[in-house]
Design a protein around this ligand. Structure first.
Ligand code: ITT
Length: 204
């Protein structure tokens, strides 16, 4: 196996995966759905990030015939009982923008004081071959929801996510390199890497 399909249509994730997988040898051809001419609508019908990641990875592996990596990720806010969670992408309805979603979140948390706004990003990375899912690994990034959007980097909810231990900065205020050292996605990829290397027959 020398080709890996990274099955995401989210441009923010595409940018991050290009960097996160840079450590793989150049002999590994990393490709994306658009590059393969694959246009799939996968219904994320699972109740957990792990289920949805496996559903996505398997659907794209079957459509492409390739070893496939997919992630399902999102934001859990304690004051909202873990919402938006697996519904993070759908939180503000169809056609909503990233800004629509984080504005809705800020509005829902109006009146919740500092100290009660804890949240975390979660990411599950699943690996699949055309005959089924074969591995999953997860990562988290702890923080809290701020009171206003700040920062130009990243995507999604990054401008309102104040990272624990970074002097009050949001994930969107950290540069891409720093985000890729500490993010939920970086941690999930790191945990998935031994299995990925085995599947790509790279040794350990
Ligand atoms: P694919 O399924 O094509 O990968 P998606 O955007 O639909 O793209 P998800 O179903 O995993 O991906 O939804 C994740 C949502 O959670 C995404 O829309 C973002 O709003 C948010 N999210 C995930 N990771 C994030 C990150 O690193 N920074 C900010 N927001 C993130």
């Amino acid at each position: 196996m020398d080709k890996l399909l990274v099955a995401t249509n989210n441009p923010g994730k595409v940018r991050e995966y290009r960097e996160l997988l840079e450590g793989l040898p150049e002999t590994v051809d990393i490709t994306f759905p658009a590059q393969e001419g694959i246009d799939l609508e996968v219904e994320e019908s699972g109740d957990t990030f792990a289920e949805n990641a496996r559903i996505k990875a398997t659907a794209y592996a079957q459509a492409s015939g390739l070893l496939t990596l997919a992630d399902d990720s999102g934001l859990e806010v304690d004051a909202l009982g873990g919402a938006p969670g697996v519904r993070s992408a759908r939180y503000a309805g169809p056609g909503a923008s990233d800004a629509d979603r984080y504005r809705k979140l800020l509005a829902e948390l109006a009146g919740i004081p500092p100290g009660q706004r804890a949240a975390r990003f979660r990411c599950v990375v699943a690996l699949a071959l055309p005959d089924g899912p074969i591995h999953a690994a997860d990562g988290t990034c702890e923080g809290e929801i701020g009171f206003a959007a700040r920062g130009e980097h990243g995507f999604g909810y990054d401008p309102v996510f104040v990272v624990e231990g970074y002097g009050g900065k949001t994930l969107a205020e950290l540069g891409p390199e720093e985000k890729n050292r500490i993010s939920h996605r970086a941690r999930a990829v790191e945990a998935a890497l031994p299995a990925l290397r085995r599947l790509l027959e790279l040794g350990s």
